[in-house]
Structures are given as structure tokens and as C-alpha cells.
Design a binder for this molecule. Structure first.
Ligand code: ADP
Ligand code: MG
Ligand code: MG
Length: 889
């Protein structure tokens, strides 16, 4: 294979091979934009190296050939003593992993060529600044020297000179610093800083390969669900210099605001600086708009290029650029990360601009973003003490105890505390603390700082650059204006949508998006929120496209009504067990303990009207829409008193010689019904078959409720669902009894009820014999929670807390199979059962209830295998609608 591509050879669709950065550098090169020449080493080369521990044999020669060509183009040789070609060696994987892997700038400088560079540029300071940066970056990332040692030496040099920023250091100071840095390298790495430019380059390339497997990178990939076997590409790019004086500089820009989606000029610029300085928040940047004053020509050109890029990528792009003595260079672009709200707005804006169509707009947003927009926000009316304001870097409302380092963040959050990670600025080492925290607050850095970029990517609340806050990480405290000190453990609240920082806990209010779904805020109204407007339109696109219907899991009229407002097209799962709690528990207890037919009849008779009333309300709230009622499912003992508690009661009564006949009877029954494995015991249809009259009472309640609704001119559409069926015989027996009861109710009321009867498919045997079961079922609802438990042999209530973390860490699954359907195992059973069921009964209705019904990835799967609907909790309904629309477009 070909391992090296010149920037002129690639294009944006080659991200797998060239990584995102390489593919886009090539794309920009071919668009005729000013990109410094260079070449990209493929991810294949990286994978070969990582697998075998050796660089592929052909790689060295190919790199040499491309380097020769680059040198010819630039008219100078790498590290040439009198006029050195310098390059950067940059990582760049398929998916952006900001700051997670290594990049080394200024490769090619040495004790000799630094002189040549100084002469060519006519600037000693610049040359020595570039050299010290090389040794620093190379020392840290290639030779593994602790970066703090360099930072401390730099700080010491500034202190000795009594200056505040590095630009005030002069050539002589920097020269001394270089000597110091070289000494640090020698001591720490046990070798001299390499003077041979090619050796520098080769070592840097290898270090970039290796950085793919760095701890930071691995953690980030797990968090972002990026596969571990992609490898990174390496970009070798000729250097341009932003640190050549005030007419030079470096910056980042967005073609639109990544927080709001508004078009305009967004970004940061830093004069007389090199690449990393902007992102690291070393010095304070100026707003990009100010570049117009500083260098109008470059500014205008940049605006032009930004427009070109948007029209080419048809999306928001982010950009890294450098100006070298008035000449603009593009160093990176990609389709930019954005907040959830901006994603919705940008998608609709692009539709309005005629750049994309509705189907494409649906691909620009996702259910996870919509879910994020449904989070509550801070109550603006609340009496709170605002103590600072930073940049609104990533939205959300976060409350927690202030912690000042990653370690504490992780430790405290493990013990169940909510924490806010407060730092001066973050760097990649803070990643696990950022993951553990509710939110992130920094006192330095802009919208493009590490904290901001990473938090946005994780969907985590972040306020950055809150400069009035004095963060002292050493003493674990921060001082707010006015002198109040926030100590580690004090509660603070941060608002990532406004950038505000508060002392104490601020109460939260619902999001406008939820207000909209609830019908309390309307799209199209004069003062309508822009975000609500965008969500409204995207939801309409999704509803037009989707084939899957979306129902709710709801057990009472209140939930049902909310679900309906959220767009539910029926109830896919009404759990009747919730109707047996509270006051009614005693009746159930009596039913279970009944010794005689009469006793049983009596308790059933008492339960019937109560059940019926529940159903009347439910059918009324879902009038005209299907309501699937599941007959009683959970293990019986859930309705009985706790065995230990009861034993104590009996023992007490005994010792006091008080009468305790009832307690004793109860205790005996509890013992009799006790099961080692209740989830695999007496539950579901087994209950219906073991306790005569229980299911028929429930069916009667449903039928009578439906009849009552009919009489009231309603349109009830009840569906009766039998849980935990493993064989068609179970279903046939229940069905026969049910049909009889329904016929009785119809005869008595004169109503034609048209109740359908179906079953859950939640046991492997049911799935495997779905063809037979469909003989007796008018619908299937896949109970994917139980199906996952039984297919894997996992007890959901136990395993998530015990070994799932280890499984996730070892990569056995990328995500819990209870969260996202396990397509290969559980999913293939669902697909096969759906197919077999429809072969028996072509009009068999197919749905799914359980957590998976509201999980984006699972919704796509259910669409693909041809189910008719998904059912999920009311709050997940908008997410399911959106994802069903995305799946169909
Ligand atoms: P990251 O993926 O962490 O952003 P990059 O490879 O983009 O790393 O490089 C880090 C910084 O160095 C960026 O600001 C980039 O613009 C700058 N940079 C990279 N290559 C060059 C170059 N050839 N000339 C000047 N600056 C560069
Ligand atoms: Mg970059
Ligand atoms: Mg179940």
C-alpha cells in the first residue's frame, strides 16, 4: 500500500486513511486555499507500526521521497544550516480528539540552524523562541520529560527578568533558556536533544503513532465511543510563523457561533504567537473582530475563505490559521463541534439558505442533543449571589461542590458527591476529572480553550475564562470579587448558557424546549424562543419522514396526557402492578393468602371496580389511540411484607404472649412463596395460571372500562398483553379465558369491544418459537429489558453495579446492553422473531417496550428490522420521534 500522500493528493472523504486533519488539509489545498505544503502518513502505517512494533519497511523510503519533493518545492532543506526548512509533525485521527495526541512544531532547528533562521528572518529573538519551543515540545511529547520542568524554567526566566509574559523575554534570555532546556532534557531523558533534523522528524513521527495508545487518548476514546483500532495519521507540514513580531499571529475561528449558531465573526486571535498559545490560554487573546483593525488585508481574506469553506462543507467549520508577516495561512479546518442548541439552529438556517434539504437537516442533529436541550436550567428569578461571569462555553446548569484538581473530582464523585471542577485552565491531564464533574469552571481561556472544546464535546456544562475569579489550585480555593473565599467543598452553581457563576445552590427551572413540548410555549409566536422555533421545525421534519410510530410507557392518566403532549401515538406499556400498591396492597395480600375459593372471590371482587376505574381514566386520556395493558407481571412476593420484618413481629408477639395468628399465617405464606430467583420464578403469565381468577378479573376490568367509555361516546382502543410467555400453550389458555370474559361483557353491555390480545416476547424460548406463538397473538411487544437479561443470563439489578464497569473498561462492551440493544445477540433474536411471527400472521403488529425504545441507536435498529412502533417513557418520546425520523431519512 501507499503510506504517504502529499496534501495535493488527498481529499476530505479520505478521513479513514488520512485522518480528519490530513483529509481536510488536502481538501483546502485542492480548493486553492493558502495551506503550507506538506504530506500525510496514513493511519495504515500507524496501525502496522502499532501491531508489529516496527514501522513498515517501505515507510522510510516513502517519507524520504516526499520530504525531497517538499524540500524542492520550498527551495531549502530540512534543518539546512543557513536557511532551514522547518516542519511540524502533527497527529490527526479520523475523529477529532482535541489535545489528546501529540504535535511537535519547529522540527529542523538545531544549534546550527537556529543561527541560520535568525539571519534569514532578521530576528534573533524569534529564532531562539522557536528553538526553545521545539526543545520543550519535543522533550515533553517525544522524550517523555515532565512538561512542568520546562514551564517552571520559563516562569523562572520571566521572574528573573521581572516580566509578565513570554513575549517580553529577549533573544539573550531565550538563548539562556535553550541551554537550560537542553540540560533538563539531558538529565531527565538521559540523552542529548537530537541535533540531526531527520532524526528529530523520525522520532516525532513515532511519538505521534505512540500517542494513539496514550492513557489520555484511550480514556477519551472510551468516553466518546471511538473505536480503539483506527490509529492516527501523521501530518508533516512546513512551518509558518506567527511569532515573527506584531504583524504576525495565530488564531482560531468559527464560521458561525458554535454556541448559538448565529452567523458572524467568532474566534480568538493572538498577536506574535505560535499555534498552541491560543488554545492553551497562555496569554489573553483578542476577539477575532479586532483583527480587522490589526491587519485588514488578512482579515478580509479570512472572511472570504470562511465563506468558501461554509459553502463547500455546507456546515459550520472551525479553522486554525496563522499570519506570518501579513501573509495568511490556513493550518486546519473541520466541520466544527457545536452545542446542542446550535446544532438545531444551524440545521434549520442551512435549510433556509437552501444549502441542505430536510433529510440532511435531520442528519445534522441527534437525539442525544435533543435530550440535552430538555435539561432544566437555572431559575433566573431566584435570589442568588452572582460572583463572576465567564464565557458561556457549553450549556447546562450545574451545581456541585468546588474541587480544584482532577484527582479529588474523581474521588468525590465516586463517593456520590456532585462536584464542579475549578481550574485556572484545563489540559488533557484533567480529562478524568472533567468526566467525573457536573461542570467545569476555569478562570482563563476562551471559547476555544481546552476546557471549552472538550466540555462541549462531552455535553458537559462549562464556563471558562471567568477572569475575576482568582483560582489557587495549590491551596484549593478561589477568591471571588469582594474577597470572599470559596474553599474546596463549598457549593457553587455555574450556568453554561450565560457564563454566570453563583455561590451556593441555585434552583433550576424546566428548559424552554420542554415548555414547548408541554404546550406552554408556542412556536410561531411573536416572542418565540429561537431554539424552540428550530426544534419545532426539526420535529416536523422527523414526523414527516419516520415510519416507526412512537408510544409511551405510562400507567396513569397524568403520564398518559403528558406523553400525548409530547407526541405519543398511544401507550405501548401500561404496567398494572403499579395499580396494586398503596391502599390496595392489603386486598392483594388477601388474594394471595386466600385459603378458600370464597375468600379469593371476595378479594377479586373488591379489586375489580378499582382496576376498572383506573382503566376508564387511562382510556379517556388516550381516547382514539391504542393502549396496551400488560396483565400483572412481577414476582408475587413483591406484594407481600418483608420476611425479616414479619419474623420479628411474630417473635415479639410470641414473647409477649399476644395473639398473632394472622401474622403467623402471613409469615408461613411468605416462606412458602419465597424464591431464590424471583425474576425467573412465579411471575408473568405463570401468575395468571397459578392464581385462578386474577387475569380474568383484570381482563374484565379492561373490558368493562372499554364498554363504559363506548357508552360515553369515547373511542377506547385497548390491547391486552400477556407477559413472560414461553410457549404458545400458556397464551392459548389465558386467551381462551379472556375471550370468554370479553364475550360476557359484550353480551351484558351490548358493546362491540374489538379488544386485541397479544404477548410480550421477552424469553429466548418465546423468540425462538415466535412462529407458533403468533398463532395465538395479534401483536408482539418485545420486552427487551427482560430479553436482554435472559439472553445474556445477567440479572440487571445486580450486574450493573458489580462487574459492568470492568466489562466496559476491558472493552467487552462499548456500552451496557441494557442501554443500547445488543444487535448481534438480543437484536438478532428480535429480528428473527419478528420475521417468524409475520410469516404466521402477516398483519401481526410489532413493537418494543422498555428502555431501548428511547435509545437513539436502538431506535435505528428497530426501524431497520421493520417494527411498527417503539414505546418509551414520556420524556424520551421526542428523542424517539427524532431518531425514528433520522433512521428513515
Ligand atoms: P491539535 O490537533 O492539538 O490542534 P495541531 O496539529 O493542529 O494540534 O497543532 C497544534 C497547533 O500548532 C495548532 O494551533 C496549529 O495551528 C499549530 N501548527 C501546526 N502546524 C503548524 C505549522 N506548520 N506552522 C505553524 N503552526 C502550526
Ligand atoms: Mg489543531
Ligand atoms: Mg418483562
Amino acid at each position: 500500500p501507499k503510506f504517504v500522500y502529499d496534501f495535493t493528493e488527498g481529499n476530505k472523504d479520505l478521513k479513514d486513511l488520512l485522518g480528519g486533519k490530513g483529509a481536510n488539509l488536502a481538501e483546502m489545498t485542492n480548493l486553492g486555499l493558502p495551506v503550507p505544503p506538506g504530506f500525510t502518513i496514513t493511519t495504515e502505517a500507524c496501525k502496522t507500526y502499532l501491531d508489529s512494533g516496527e514501522e513498515p519497511a517501505a515507510l522510510r523510503d516513502e517519507v524520504s521521497a516526499h520530504l525531497d519533493a517538499l524540500e524542492a518545492k520550498m527551495g531549502k532543506k530540512l534543518g539546512q544550516a543557513d536557511d532551514p526548512l522547518l516542519v511540524s509533525v502533527r497527529s490527526g485521527a479520523k475523529f477529532s480528539m482535541p489535545g489528546m495526541m501529540d504535535t511537535v512544531l519547529n522540527i529542523g532547528l538545531s544549534d546550527k540552524s537556529v543561527q541560520g533562521l535568525a539571519k534569514q528572518a532578521g530576528d534573533d529573538r524569534f529564532a531562539w523562541d522557536s528553538y526553545r519551543r521545539l526543545i520543550q515540545m519535543f522533550g515533553k511529547t517525544v522524550l517523555g520529560v515532565d512538561g512542568d520542568l520546562f514551564e517552571e524554567a520559563l516562569e523562572a526566566a520571566k521572574a528573573a527578568k521581572k516580566v509578565a509574559v513570554d513575549t517580553e523575554l529577549e533573544a539573550a534570555d531565550l538563548k539562556k533558556l535553550v541551554t537550560k532546556f537542553k540540560k533538563i532534557v539531558k538529565t531527565e531523558a538521559g540523552r542529548d536533544f537530537p541535533q540531526d533534523p531527520r532524526e528529530q522528524m523520525d522520532l516525532a513521527i513515532k511519538a505521534v503513532f505512540d500517542s494513539w495508545n496514550g492513557e489520555r487518548a484511550k480514556l477519551y476514546r472510551r468516553q466518546e465511543r471511538i473505536p480503539h483500532d483506527l490509529g492516527t495519521a501523521v501530518n508533516v507540514c512546513s512551518m509558518v510563523f506567527g511569532n515573527l513580531g506584531p504583524d504576525s499571529g495565530t488564531g482560531v475561528a468559527f464560521t458561525r457561533d458554535p454556541a448559538s449558531g448565529h452567523q458572524g465573526v467568532y474566534g480568538d486571535y493572538l498577536q506574535n504567537a505560535q499555534g498552541e498559545d491560543v488554545v492553551a490560554g497562555i496569554r489573553n487573546t483578542v476577539a477575532l473582530a479586532e483583527l480587522e483593525q490589526i491587519d485588514k488585508k488578512s482579515y478580509d481574506q479570512l472572511m472570504q475563505i470562511m465563506e468558501t469553506l461554509e459553502n463547500h462543507y455546507l456546515d459550520l467549520c472551525d479553522i486554525e490559521f496563522t499570519i506570518e508577516r501579513g501573509q495568511l495561512w490556513m493550518l486546519q479546518t473541520r466541520v466544527g463541534k457545536r452545542t446542542a442548541g446550535a446544532a438545531f439552529r444551524i440545521a434549520t438556517q442551512l435549510v433556509d439558505q437552501g444549502l441542505i434539504d430536510e433529510a440532511e437537516a435531520l442528519q445534522r442533529v441527534n437525539g442525544a442533543q435533543l435530550a440535552q436541550l430538555m435539561f432544566p436550567r437555572f431559575d433566573e428569578e431566584a435570589k442568588v449571589e452572582k460572583v463572576g461571569r465567564g464565557i458561556a462555553a457549553s450549556p447546562g446548569a450545574a451545581v456541585g461542590k468546588a474541587v480544584f484538581d482532577s484527582y479529588t473530582a474523581v474521588k468525590w464523585s465516586r463517593s456520590g458527591e456532585k462536584v464542579i471542577l475549578v481550574r485556572r485552565e484545563t489540559n488533557p491531564d484533567d480529562l478524568d476529572g472533567m468526566i467525573a464533574a457536573e461542570g467545569i469552571l476555569t478562570s482563563r481561556g476562551g471559547k476555544t480553550s481546552h476546557a471549552a472544546v472538550v466540555a462541549r464535546g462531552m455535553g458537559k456544562t462549562c464556563v471558562c475564562g471567568a477572569e475575576e475569579l482568582e483560582v489557587d489550585t495549590k491551596r484549593r480555593r478561589m477568591t471571588v470579587p469582594g474577597g470572599h473565599v470559596v474553599e474546596e467543598g463549598d457549593v457553587i452553581s455555574i450556568d453554561g448558557s450565560s457564563g454566570k457563576v453563583y455561590l451556593g445552590e441555585v434552583p433550576v427551572v424546566p428548559s424552554p424546549v420542554v415548555e414547548y413540548f408541554e404546550g406552554r410555549m408556542h412556536a410561531g409566536a411573536e416572542d418565540a424562543d429561537e431554539l424552540v422555533e428550530a426544534v419545532h421545525r426539526i420535529m416536523a421534519f422527523a414526523d414527516r419522514k419516520r415510519r416507526l410510530r412512537v408510544r409511551a410507557n405510562a400507567d396513569n392518566a397524568e403520564d398518559a396526557l403528558r406523553a400525548r403532549r409530547f407526541g405519543a401515538q398511544g401507550i405501548g406499556l401500561c404496567r398494572t402492578e403499579h395499580m396494586f400498591l398503596g391502599d390496595r396492597r392489603e386486598l392483594v395480600e388477601r388474594l394471595i393468602l386466600a385459603d378458600t375459593e370464597d375468600e379469593r372471590e371476595e378479594s377479586l371482587k373488591a379489586l375489580l371496580p378499582l382496576q376498572k376505574q383506573d382503566f376508564v381514566q387511562l382510556f379517556e386520556s388516550m381516547d382514539g389511540l391504542p393502549v396496551t395493558v400488560r396483565l400483572l407481571d412481577p414476582p408475587l412476593h413483591e406484594f407481600l411484607p418483608d420476611i425479616t420484618e414479619l419474623s420479628v413481629r411474630v417473635a415479639l408477639a410470641e414473647s409477649r404472649q399476644e395473639p398473632h395468628e394472622n401474622e403467623l399465617r402471613l409469615l408461613q405464606a411468605v416462606h412458602r412463596l419465597h424464591e431464590q430467583n424471583p425474576m425467573l420464578g412465579l411471575r408473568g403469565v405463570r401468575l395468571g395460571l397459578a392464581i385462578p381468577g386474577l387475569f380474568t378479573m383484570q381482563v374484565r376490568a379492561i373490558a368493562e372500562a372499554a364498554a363504559e367509555r363506548k357508552a360515553a361516546k369515547g373511542d377506547p382502543r385497548a390491547e391486552i398483553m400477556i407477559p413472560l410467555v414461553g410457549t404458545v400453550q400458556e397464551l392459548e389458555i389465558v386467551r381462551e379465558e379472556a375471550d370468554q370474559v370479553i364475550a360476557e361483557v359484550e353480551a351484558a353491555t351490548g358493546a362491540k369491544l374489538k379488544l386485541s390480545i397479544g404477548t410480550m416476547i421477552e424469553l429466548p424460548r418465546a423468540a425462538l418459537t415466535a412462529g407458533q406463538i403468533a398463532e395465538a397473538a395479534e401483536f408482539f411487544s418485545f420486552g427487551t429489558n427482560d430479553l436482554t437479561q435472559t439472553v445474556w443470563g445477567f440479572s440487571r439489578d445486580d450486574v450493573e453495579a458489580s462487574f459492568f464497569t470492568a466489562y466496559l473498561e476491558k472493552g467487552i462492551f462499548g456500552v451496557s446492553p441494557f442501554e443500547t440493544i445488543d444487535k448481534d445477540g438480543v437484536g438478532s433474536l428480535v429480528a428473527a422473531a419478528a420475521k417468524a411471527g409475520r410469516e404466521t400472521r402477516p398483519d401481526l403488529k410489532l413493537g418494543v417496550c422498555g428502555e431501548h425504545g428511547g435509545d437513539p441507536e436502538s431506535v435505528h435498529f428497530f426501524h431497520e428490522v421493520g417494527l411498527d412502533y417503539v414505546s418509551c417513557s414520556p420524556f424520551r418520546i421526542p428523542v424517539a420521534r427524532l431518531e425514528a425520523g433520522r433512521a428513515a431519512s
